[in-house]
Design a protein around this ligand. Structure first.
Ligand SMILES: Nc1ncnc2c1ncn2[C@@H]1O[C@H](COP(=O)(O)OP(=O)(O)OP(=O)(O)O)[C@@H](O)[C@H]1O
Ligand SMILES: [Mg+2]
Length: 432
């Protein structure tokens, strides 16, 4: 490939110091995470344009993909951010052509594409020659989306840039870039104090939040994980459980049978709570969640835990026959030895949530084994309508849903074991 003549141009753009470090040297991934107003979006938008410029000068050709998780229209995209970044810098302004709905270099080498990962992922897959993909607001991007997106960005020396406001340590983005980081990555935490352009209007909001919303302050402004989400169904009950030290060490008691409550995911996560009912107490001794594996996997996990089981509570749709095998999941579980089964009644979600609320006051959680389940119950929340700025009546479907559904089945599906079994346990306890 012949390299075209490059023009010596000294360019300068203004960026916060921490951002400059992310863009120094070679890297496949460049990431920044942190609280509100820390200049993530502005800086990365600007840097996409700078990168497009330098790549074009080196004779490279391709697309810059600016993605968000949800994107219903171009108005919601990063288009305007990128345009205003370009307008603010003379050499970029000269280099790019800014249309109402497009951005491209005048030389024709660089073209911007704006996409939503939820809806347009498959069309992204077919987009040729992505030399740079920037995902902003990436906290909620699922692992499936990352798995599909990353191999699509396959041009020589292509790069993936990611910016987000951390919310939960269980998010796919957190796990992919902070817990198991790829080798060739530059990453930095950036917060409001790192942004030399942090505007007064946001600083006033920040100071008010410090006083009025101390619970949320660290999450909103300091890039900390969210502990109790706004609009969370069980915020009061879960706070109370923490406060009353009911999140502690709750060991398995071998004299009492274990109840499991399942939410069965179809191509989604399957969640299982393990509970022991002792008097009025509901002891949550364990929690398990996985995805992309068959029912035999869960039967094996139950076996390996070594608990003695009393009953397995399953959602009502477990009776539905699957198209491929003609068998129901109930039959499959039965053949795997997961029995006896109790099918949870088909109540609406609100009644189920109410049932969980009344049960939570009697719940004790093993803090270690149920860590993910506890976090999910803390954050299970109503869906927020961004446009109308109101809470919807239905729950948000996210990583917390399966755990919360399994908890609902426990609350509405638990029936004390058959009568002849009970006196035996009582006698045993009486003797002790
Ligand atoms: N290079 C810059 N020049 C001038 N102002 C800037 C620059 N970078 C950031 N700002 C100011 O800081 C504000 C916050 O920046 P930005 O929107 O990029 O933050 P963010 O980290 O993406 O915030 P959020 O988490 O809310 O999405 C901007 O609205 C702007 O006022
Ligand atoms: Mg932003």
């Amino acid at each position: 490939m012949t390299k075209e003549k490059t023009k010596e141009v000294t360019t300068s753009v203004k960026l916060p110091h921490k951002i400059v470090e992310i863009f120094e040297g070679e890297a496949r991934y460049r990431c920044a995470y942190g609280g509100r107003g820390s200049a993530k979006t502005r800086s990365f938008a600007l840097m996409t344009a700078v990168r497009g410029y330098t790549w074009a000068m080196e004779g490279k050709q391709g697309q810059i993909l600016c993605a968000l998780e949800h994107l219903n229209s171009l108005d919601e995209s990063s288009l305007e951010e990128v345009k205003s970044a370009i307008r603010g810098v003379d050499f970029l302004n000269d280099f790019y052509e800014l249309g109402e709905k497009f951005i491209r270099s005048k030389c024709g080498r660089i073209n911007y594409v704006f996409s939503g990962l939820r809806r347009n992922l498959d069309s992204i897959k077919s987009k040729a020659r992505i030399i740079l993909c920037w995902v902003d607001e990436a906290e909620g991007v699922s692992d499936t989306a990352w798995q599909k997106l990353i191999p699509t960005v396959r041009e020589d020396n292509s790069e993936i840039w990611v910016t987000w406001n951390p919310e939960t340590k269980h998010s796919a983005t957190h796990r992919r870039f902070r817990v198991h980081p790829p080798q060739d990555m530059k990453i930095a935490e950036i917060n409001w104090r790192d942004n030399p352009y942090f505007p007064d209007v946001l600083d006033k909001e920040r100071q008010q939040d410090k006083i009025n919303r101390p619970d949320l302050y660290d999450h909103i402004w300091e890039g900390e994980m969210l502990i109790h989400a706004e609009g969370a169904y069980y915020a009061v009950e879960m706070r109370e459980a923490t406060h009353n030290e009911r999140m502690t060490n709750v060991p398995y008691d071998s004299s009492v049978g274990v109840i499991t409550a399942w939410d069965l995911g179809m191509g989604d996560s399957t969640s299982i709570w393990f509970a022991q009912m002792v008097g009025a107490e509901v002891r949550l001794i364990d929690y398990y969640e996985s995805s992309g594996v068959g029912l035999d996997h869960y039967a094996k996990v139950l076996n390996e835990k070594g608990y003695i089981y009393d009953q397995h509570i399953l959602p009502h749709d477990v009776r539905v026959r699957e198209l491929g095998s003609g068998r129901s999941r109930l039959e499959t579980l039965d053949s795997l030895g997961v029995r006896p089964v109790q099918i949870a009644p088909q109540l609406n979600v609100d009644d189920g949530i109410q049932a969980v609320r009344s049960m939570l006051g009697r719940c004790w959680f093993d803090a270690e084994k149920c860590e993910r389940g506890i976090d999910a119950l803390r954050q299970y929340r109503r869906e927020y309508d961004e446009k109308g700025m109101t809470w919807r009546s239905r729950p948000l479907h996210d990583w917390t849903s399966h755990c919360a559904d399994a908890m609902r089945y426990l609350a509405i599906g638990y029936r004390p074991a058959s009568n002849w079994g009970e006196p035996i346990r009582r006698n045993l306890q009486g003797i002790v």
